[in-house]
Design a protein around this ligand. Structure first.
Ligand code: SF4
Length: 252
């Protein structure tokens, strides 16, 4: 029988008018702040109830490097779908060695072999939304259980889905505060800091992969193509569901 995408709520936090007011104030205050200032505020405000999700993109690597300076105790995790590039997993080790930040791998209940056997083959070919739901969203929900805030590495100029992302806002989808320290940074801003600070990055970026996810759903992009054109190429899918349009509510 086919799996059906379902939604559940797990966060202990609720959006009160007071919290919304605080988020609005902080969002306005931090709009012109440096990413490290945003991270410092989040770490101080949420302490051990702050977490970060990373897929080891350049933005994630930059944030990990900043966390190591301003909030090294922050929990960081990676959604290890079982379909990640080996280069991505090697980068995790390199980041730990360089910055002392050990990124925890959060995995789905079923291994790739078990999952594909259950569905009679890889779902990424036929039902990628379900595959992302099972191997990312469900795992993310478990990873953020008990947390009050999470840091993501999205930028507004990455896609229309991300264009309205605030620096700090309420994540209506996952019911916790979402902090986007690089929301108003550009790709050039991020790469400048990567190069200046000699931060490790995924070697696939030097082979035309501008945005890197799971290997079955990622290709290198051609000159002039959009930064995320290589993700789920040839299909209408543009996001895995972690950072979708409309997830932020009540931002002024
Ligand atoms: S990106 Fe592709 S392989 Fe990875 S979880 Fe989504 S559909 Fe599955």
């Amino acid at each position: 029988m086919s799996t059906v995408i379902t939604e559940t709520k797990v966060s202990p936090l609720s959006l009160t008018p007071e919290l919304q007011r605080e988020l609005d104030e902080q969002n306005a205050r931090l709009e012109s702040a440096l990413p490290e200032e945003v991270i410092s505020w989040a770490a101080e405000r949420f302490g051990s109830q702050l977490t970060m999700a990373t897929a080891f993109g350049p933005e994630g690597c930059l944030i990990i490097s900043l966390l190591s300076k301003v909030a090294p105790a922050t929990h960081v995790f990676n959604l290890d779908t079982g379909y990640q590039f080996k280069e991505t997993l090697q980068l995790r080790d390199e980041m730990a060695e360089r910055f002392g930040v050990r990124v925890e791998l959060k995995r789905p209940e079923l291994t790739v072999e078990q999952y594909e056997a259950k569905h009679g083959g890889p779902l990424y070919k036929t039902r990628p939304d379900q595959c992302c739901f099972d191997r990312k969203i469900v795992v993310l929900r478990k990873a953020i259980e008990g947390k009050h805030a999470w840091i993501s590495a999205i930028r507004r100029d990455q896609s229309p889905d991300r264009a309205e992302a605030p620096i700090v806002g309420w994540d209506a989808k996952f019911q916790l505060v979402k902090v986007n320290p690089l929301a108003n940074s550009t790709s050039a801003d991020v790469w400048k800091r990567i190069m200046n600070d000699k931060i490790p990055y995924n070697p696939l970026h030097d082979q035309g992969y501008t945005s890197i996810g799971c290997w079955p759903c990622t290709r290198a992009v051609k000159l002039g193509e959009d930064e995320r054109a290589g993700r789920w190429s040839g299909s209408a899918k543009t996001e895995c569901g972690l950072h979708s349009l409309g997830e932020f509510r009540g931002q002024s």
